[in-house]
Design a binder for this molecule. Structure first.
Ligand code: SF4
Length: 455
């Protein structure tokens, strides 16, 4: 009963967050940077911030995450961090030889007012950036936004730095996959390739944060979008951005910069959202949907049909990132469950409207909310299932409600790196997890005479 002091009575709170449902912007910026091949993220602030950003990713992926830091001291905190960043850029290219350094700010450097554009330009003028190497950047103050906005800002930083419109359009479609797992990025690429469509997917953390054990440490794994591809993204005929919050800003920036028209879709979690993604691929690519993809869809729908009696009417509470929550709420509603509470730690005015469109008007929704409020909602109306990240386990234990780990971060399980939740295969995996949780609970609570072999 770790959270036994959470009261049931909900009072209006505006100035206090209790157990935030988000992490800070640089965590997302660092994750996005790892999706560029041979890129070393760099945290412009104190060592403590960088240690936290790296450990958040390392604990989630169970992989070492490398990043540099400007290592602010008291002096840098007062007089600005320009000297530290210039020295860091010089050292990193000399010692670690990345192709790209992706610099993001922290609360401290933002509060001082360090100007990344001015500092990185100075680094180039002083010859600290070797030919053919790049320094990209994103402003990621953590007193606003969350890891999702940090991710969005760094993906926009990638767009600001690389794509070029040469005037020769190609038949390629850019896909910005959103703040999803490496396994999801692989699955998005597989679906497009299965349909015979040439794509440039960026950022792409597959084979960076879910690579195989080879017995040999490689500071820059084989994955990540390569720089020539990022440059060519400016000549693609269209961009599909998955998730308006995480991918929308970069897609719009690419449209403005290189005249690549963009379509912003939901994350393809669940049947309907995946249908929309596959259909846009079909239309933009001028292809037919392959038999393999049709079979996968049919299998997912078959599971829902066969087991719908176990899903029907079951109440769910969801907590996580906004793009994920919208698609997940829609999917659970489509399979007959009742989505009762949805909370995201990321602020956004349209969140409530999008959730109500996905799950109906009769649902408790909160943007910029926290775990304390989420727990209070559950205390006021019990649910059968919680879907959220590892921090949800305290509420799950206190309220004796099954938890399906979903989203970021997941510190206490593996599998999310390797098994997707997007696409029809991802929908099958989610269905399996949901069904297992519901049937395990039914078995646990069944009277002896009602204990069933076949369910
Ligand atoms: S000080 Fe700001 S940037 Fe650093 S870890 Fe804390 S929230 Fe993140």
């Amino acid at each position: 009963m770790l959270l036994r002091h959470t009261p049931k009575e909900i009072k209006e709170r505006s100035a206090l967050t209790v157990n935030p449902a988000k992490t800070c912007q640089p965590v997302g910026a660092m994750y996005a940077a790892l999706g560029v091949h041979k890129c070393l993220p760099h945290s412009h602030g104190s060592q403590g911030c960088c240690a936290y950003h790296r450990s958040a990713l390392t604990r989630h992926y169970k992989e070492p995450v490398m990043a540099g830091t400007s290592s602010f001291t008291e002096g840098a905190s007062v007089f600005g961090g320009q000297a530290n960043l210039l020295e860091a850029i010089n050292n990193i290219f000399t010692i670690y030889n990345p192709d790209v350094i992706a610099v993001h700010t922290t609360c401290l450097s933002e509060t001082i007012g360090d100007d990344l554009t001015q500092i990185t330009n100075k680094a180039k003028e002083e010859g600290k950036v070797p030919d053919g190497k790049y320094v990209i950047k994103a402003n990621t103050p953590s007193y606003v936004g969350s890891h999702v906005t940090g991710f969005a800002n760094m993906v926009k930083g990638i767009v600001d730095a690389f794509p070029v419109n040469t005037g020769h359009k190609t038949n390629t479609i850019n896909i910005i996959p959103g703040y999803v797992e490496p396994s999801d990025m692989s699955e998005i690429k597989r679906i497009a390739s299965e349909m015979g469509i040439k794509t440039i997917v960026f950022p792409d953390t597959s084979n960076v944060l879910n690579g195989p054990q080879t017995g040999k440490y490689d500071m820059y794994p084989s994955g990540g979008t390569k720089i020539p591809d990022l440059i060519k993204a400016g000549d693609s005929k269209a961009t599909i951005a998955l998730g308006p919050i995480a991918s929308g800003p970069a897609a719009k920036a690419l449209d403005t910069k290189c005249k690549v028209p963009c379509e912003i879709l939901k994350l393809p979690i669940g049947i309907k959202a995946t249908d929309e993604f596959v259909d846009r691929l079909r239309i933009l690519g001028g292809v037919s949907v392959s038999e393999e993809i049709k079979t996968e869809r049919g299998q997912a729908v078959d599971v829902i049909t066969d087991m719908q009696q176990y899903f029907a009417g079951k109440k769910a509470a969801l907590i996580g990132d906004p793009d994920q929550m919208v698609s997940l709420a829609g999917f659970l509603t489509d399979i007959g469950m009742k989505v009762r509470h949805v909370v995201t730690g990321t602020s956004g005015k349209k969140f409530e409207k999008r959730i109500r469109e996905a799950a109906g008007e009769d649902v408790n929704v909160k943007e910029g909310g926290d775990y304390f409020y989420f727990h209070q909602l559950i205390k006021n109306e019990k649910v059968d299932l919680i879907l959220g990240n590892s921090y949800s386990k305290y509420i799950s234990r206190d309220e004796d409600i099954p938890l399906i780990r979903f989203g970021f971060p997941i510190y206490d399980r593996v599998g999310h790196q390797y098994n997707p939740c997007v696409g029809y295969r991802g929908a099958m995996r989610l269905l399996e997890n949901i069904l297992n949780a519901l049937l395990d609970r039914q078995d646990r609570d069944a009277l002896e005479e009602k204990f069933e072999l076949v369910m």
